[in-house]
Design a binder for this molecule. Sequence first.
Ligand code: TMP
Length: 236
Amino acid sequence: MEKKELLYEGKAKRVFATDKPDVLLVSYKDDATAFNGLKKGTISGKGAINNRVTNFMMSLLEKEGVPTHFIEELSDRETLVKKVSIVPLEVIIRNISAGSFAKRYGVEEGIVFAQPTIEFSYKNDDLGDPLINSYHALALGLATAEEIETIKSLAFKVNTFLKGFFKKLNIDLVDFKLEFGRLSDGTIVLADEISPDTCRFWDCDTHEKLDKDRFRRDLGGVEDAYQEIMKRILGE
Ligand code: TMP
């Protein structure tokens, strides 16, 4: 597969065309941002870790019956994925209170929910990714009612699997963000990434944060946390 022109550069990844119209090449960067790009930095080694962790998780999820955009890992930082049109919704599942949930509702972090929650943000940097409900998403034509139902059910299925997977690694999966895309035939598939950038991981015993909150909140030990997650997942 030949790497062709740069199609899009995001905050954490670059997307290139290939010689196949329905295949894209994603290249992960070490760049890190937070608060809609207001805070900028570099997390050394992050690109390779997020690439390898994402691909490992996507492969496991495929086996669980969750369709994904993943095709093939080419190198430490580069992966071939199916071309999708991204549904402009960030899908957030929470098992434990943290982050914007704790802030919005004025509760402490660490409340374990009896059942997971789901929420959507409208993927729009100019607006700061505002919270949106499914009726608003329908009104804005961001997705159809059927697509929203598919996305919800896949997102909860991903949560059930990931929660159990991480528990065995002594990690509590606090919350995470997913993105979905449409293949050319309209099939909804899981896209984007599953990594310490997009999930909150707490050590079950020490409750130490092993994710991007170390960068967002200037807690130090950012690189070590990413390495630790890769070590627990991939054994290296
Ligand atoms: P939040 O508590 O800040 O809303 O974040 C919820 C989860 O979503 C958390 O695991 C981090 C992830 N997330 C992203 O992946 N991208 C984002 O832009 C934001 C705001 C959160």
